[in-house]
Design a protein around this ligand. Structure first.
Ligand code: KG4
Ligand code: ZN
Length: 358
């Protein structure tokens, strides 16, 4: 079974072909970084237009890479939400058009489910597993019980973790997207323990019973820390120390919240081999991956993170989610409506003040 996946929900345009043997036959990802950099973030209208400009070329290149013709595809899977609606529409309509012309199933994919199921593409992770989904728009702790079956146990009450990286980077004068830039400059920090003491950043929600998150105070603390540095241009050593302190603090908060959820997961599901999976763009962060591995080894739990190249947005995860769904007989009608909001667990009660990030 060969499925073409299409991803256009944010600032990456991507087309990929994956088969049911878990082989990624093609995965082309075009980042729009340069288009958005001058604005310090993603501009929805620019993103949508860039997807229109590039998607058809990328699909053709992916088909060539996989050495397939359209009539050799078994289905099309496209991200239909959540995300920036203009971009989502571009990918969804392209996917529907190819599905209609070839008379093959169309599968509407929840972008978050793409991230959630990636570990089953890159490894043989069995349901149920505890899932930490950390990206630019979401920070959630869920139990993945099965395809389309998620229990959301925790979410952010304000900013997402990736958003905290991005906004803090901007305050430190680093370019967008901030996460990779902070990781890069943090490696120049000579003494992480001293850097952490030097800035004493807060750890919001640490110790709370419910595994929720809050990151907006951290970004404000970074603002204050920068304001308290000597006037003039920011010194590279100071930025390296601050980046390192921020990265470690975020890793600490995530590990603390994951620990609460892990204990609940074990007592509720009594899994044979308890597994904690981290996925989404922020899962590329080495400090966070390392901290979670430490937590899991203390908790007799398997830690799993997909390869860094599949943590950020890509269409291979969308094609794979399509394979998982089609294998269960699931597909969608051609009048499926794009969904700017699309929670993985629609039954989860809204968290006070959580807004759209829940
Ligand atoms: O999943 P993703 O590619 O897009 C969304 O669905 O949001 O995640 C993008 C986010 C951005 O906030 C980016 O700064 C962050 O992931 N990110 C990182 C790293 N690489 C990407 N954050 C921390 N460390 C990284 N190495
Ligand atoms: Zn994403």
């Amino acid at each position: 079974m060969n499925i073409l996946g299409i991803e256009t929900s944010c600032d990456e345009t991507s087309a990929s072909i994956v088969n049911d043997k878990k082989e990624i036959l093609a995965n082309i990802v075009l980042s729009q970084l340069e288009e958005h950099r001058a604005f310090g973030g993603v501009v929805p209208e620019i993103a949508a237009r860039a997807h229109i400009d590039h998607l058809h070329t990328l699909i053709k290149a992916a088909m060539d890479d996989a050495n397939l013709k359209f009539n050799e595809l078994d289905a099309i899977a496209a991200t239909c939400g959540p995300g920036l609606i203009g971009g989502v529409m571009v990918g969804m309509m392209a996917g529907k058009a190819i599905a209609a012309s070839q008379n093959i199933p169309f599968i509407a994919i929840n972008h978050l489910e793409g991230h959630a199921l990636t570990p089953r593409l890159t490894d043989n992770i069995e349901f149920p597993y505890l899932l930490l989904l950390v990206s630019g728009g979401h920070t959630q702790i869920l139990v993945a019980e099965g395809v389309g079956k998620y229990k959301r146990w925790g979410t952010t009450l304000d900013d997402a973790a990736g958003e905290c990286f991005d906004k803090s980077a901007k305050i430190m004068g680093l370019p967008y997207p901030g996460g990779p830039e902070i990781q890069k400059i943090a490696t120049e920090c000579k003494d992480p323990a001293t850097a952490i003491k030097r800035f004493a950043l807060p750890t919001p929600m640490k110790g709370r019973k419910e595994p929720d998150f809050s990151f907006s105070g951290l970004k404000t603390a970074i603002r204050l820390a920068v304001d308290n540095l000597p006037e003039g241009d920011l010194n590279r050593n100071d930025i390296a120390d601050l980046a390192c302190a921020l990265e470690r603090t975020i890793a600490e908060i995530i590990a603390d919240r994951a620990k609460i959820a892990l204990q609940r997961f074990k007592s509720t599901y009594a899994p044979k081999e308890p597994t904690l999976v981290i996925s989404g763009g922020v899962a590329a962060n080495t400090a966070i991956r390392t901290r979670l591995q430490k937590l899991c080894s203390e908790q007799d739990t398997r830690a799993y993170a997909p390869p860094v190249s599949l943590c950020g947005d890509n269409a291979a995860m969308i094609a794979w989610a399509g394979i998982e769904r089609l294998s269960l007989g699931l597909s969608d009608p051609l009048d499926f409506k794009a969904r700017p909001r699309w929670p993985l667990d629609p039954t989860a009660a809204p968290r006070h003040g959580a807004g759209v990030k829940a």
